[in-house]
Design a protein around this ligand. Structure first.
Ligand code: A3P
Length: 304
């Protein structure tokens, strides 16, 4: 295992963009209390498809898979806009956009695909009331932590992570945007018993993308040919998405995301945490993990 790099380079930070609102003890990247009130009153529609994740769990990968499914494998249609402009992020307001994504969602025609990083207990009540289908993607916490750390380095709207040791402490105590990874994955795991939630794992999709895509198709009650299914798997593979400017975030100004510091499509590989964790950190992590996940039936693979 590698030694930790001390105070690795980061993009120039823009503190005015770190809009953190604490809701029910969870730090959220929500612009204002007014926006939070609008989120709570968001009018979901029965045919909305919700994609929920903890940050860095493969949100944009799943977005691409769902977009390909909704567009019957039409690659050109899926390149109509960059990821951030194709589907709204319920609670976010991006620096390069004039209005919050929620307002954009209100003007969109159905069926909408809406992304969110909200924990299950904070999603707008209308999503449950309208019985919207929800796809949740969970990723093992070691890779999630490392990926989030590097994302903090390259995104100007996130605070400077200093170094992995500092970030490790913040992540483990839930003092990062979206709060505790443990609460997030466990909350959604419980939600799946009360609601239409397809709970998927990043590592499973990596290991067998075709099988997992078939699960999604079944959940969405959608039939497609074998040829289109293969096309979806190919188009959404890491190497292909990394080369696709509409999926790899390179259309954003470097003042928002600096890919020379760490690319958004970074490694995409389960087990990459081994390159950043020290032996001691790994041991400490495993102990904390056992404590935080005690009694849960959820299990994660930290490599494939
Ligand atoms: P790494 O930083 O480990 O490479 P999110 O979209 O939730 O922000 O997640 C980003 C993570 O998903 C990054 O992880 C990114 O590389 C990875 N990712 C994006 N597209 C992927 C794909 N097609 N296959 C595997 N991983 C992918």
């Amino acid at each position: 295992m590698a030694k930790i790099e001390k105070n690795a380079p980061t993009v120039e930070k823009k503190p005015e963009l770190f809009n953190i609102l604490e809701v029910d003890g969870v730090p959220l990247a929500v612009l204002s209390k007014e926006l939070w009130d609008k989120i709570c009153n968001f009018p979901a529609r029965p045919d909305d498809l919700i994609l929920a994740t903890y940050p860095k769990s493969g949100t944009h990968w799943m977005q691409e898979i769902l977009d390909m499914i909704q567009n019957d494998g039409d690659v050109e249609k899926c390149k109509r806009f960059p990821s951030l402009d194709r589907h709204p992020f319920l609670e976010l307001k991006f620096p390069h956009k004039e209005k919050p994504d929620l307002e954009i969602a209100l003007e969109m025609s159905s069926p909408r695909l809406i992304k969110t990083h909200l924990p299950s207990h904070l999603i707008p009540p209308s999503i449950r009331k309208e019985n919207c289908k929800i796809v949740y993607v969970a990723r093992n916490p070691k890779d999630c932590l490392v990926s989030y750390y590097h994302f903090h380095r390259m995104a100007s709207f996130l605070p400077d992570p200093q170094n992995l040791e500092e970030f490790y402490e913040k992540f483990m105590s839930g003092k990062v945007t979206c709060g505790s990874w443990f609460d997030h994955v466990k909350g959604w795991w419980a939600a799946k018993d009360r609601h239409q939630v397809l709970y998927l794992f990043y590592e499973d999709i990596k290991k067998d993308p075709k099988w997992e895509t078939e699960k999604i198709l079944k959940f969405l009650e959608k039939d497609i040919s074998e040829e289109i299914l293969n096309k979806i798997v190919y188009h959404t593979s890491f190497d292909v998405m990394k080369q696709n400017p509409m999926a790899n975030y390179t259309t954003l100004p470097t003042s928002i995301m600096d890919h020379s510091i760490s690319p958004f499509m970074r490694k995409g590989m389960p087990g990459d945490w081994k390159n950043d964790f020290t032996v001691a950190q790994n041991e400490e992590f495993d102990k904390d993990y056992q404590k935080n996940m005690a009694g849960s039936s959820l299990t994660f693979r930290t490599e494939i």
